[in-house]
Design a protein. Structure first.
Length: 147
């Protein structure tokens, strides 16, 4: 009886040790989100901005964060595009993480940025969009001075 108890305990301990020693850590799946920053202010994964014909040098930047809010790299350089053509001009930075937006004509345009957060293309594609309205500056108020 004593021998059976020792054999049983040995089997249980061996089984537990093999589970612990042979357990492979699964890599934690990281989900990455993208965010637009317009002239330094966060706008989320999509943004909307009115710019005036009389101003230039508006800067749109992007960041990619994981579930814990930590900044994460993306695979390759993000790709920027604008539609329709002719409303704003984009000058994308060499690293693809920002672009200067200059007005060209009055109207509405959509800026789109696409990036891959995983080596496997299409597994975690992040698409950011931003709507831009270009208009002439107009008075929005005034003052009356009596002297």
């Amino acid at each position: 009886m004593h021998d059976l108890l020792i054999i049983g305990l040995t089997a249980v301990i061996t089984g537990l040790l093999s589970q612990v020693l042979c357990r492979r850590e699964r890599p934690r799946r990281r989900t990455v989100f993208g965010f637009f920053f317009w002239d330094g202010k966060v706008k989320g994964s999509s943004m909307s901005k009115i710019i005036h014909m009389e101003t230039t040098g508006h800067v749109a930047t992007i960041k990619f964060l994981d579930n814990d809010g930590e900044e994460q790299p993306v695979v390759g350089k993000p790709v920027w595009s604008v539609a329709p053509d002719g409303i704003v001009a984009l000058t994308v930075a060499d690293d693809g993480m920002s672009a200067t937006v200059d007005p060209v004509a009055e109207g509405d345009a959509t800026i789109t940025v696409v990036a891959e957060a995983d080596e496997e293309v299409g597994k975690n594609t992040i698409t950011l969009t931003g709507d831009v309205t270009v208009a002439h500056e107009e008075a929005v108020g005034g003052s009356l001075v009596i002297s």
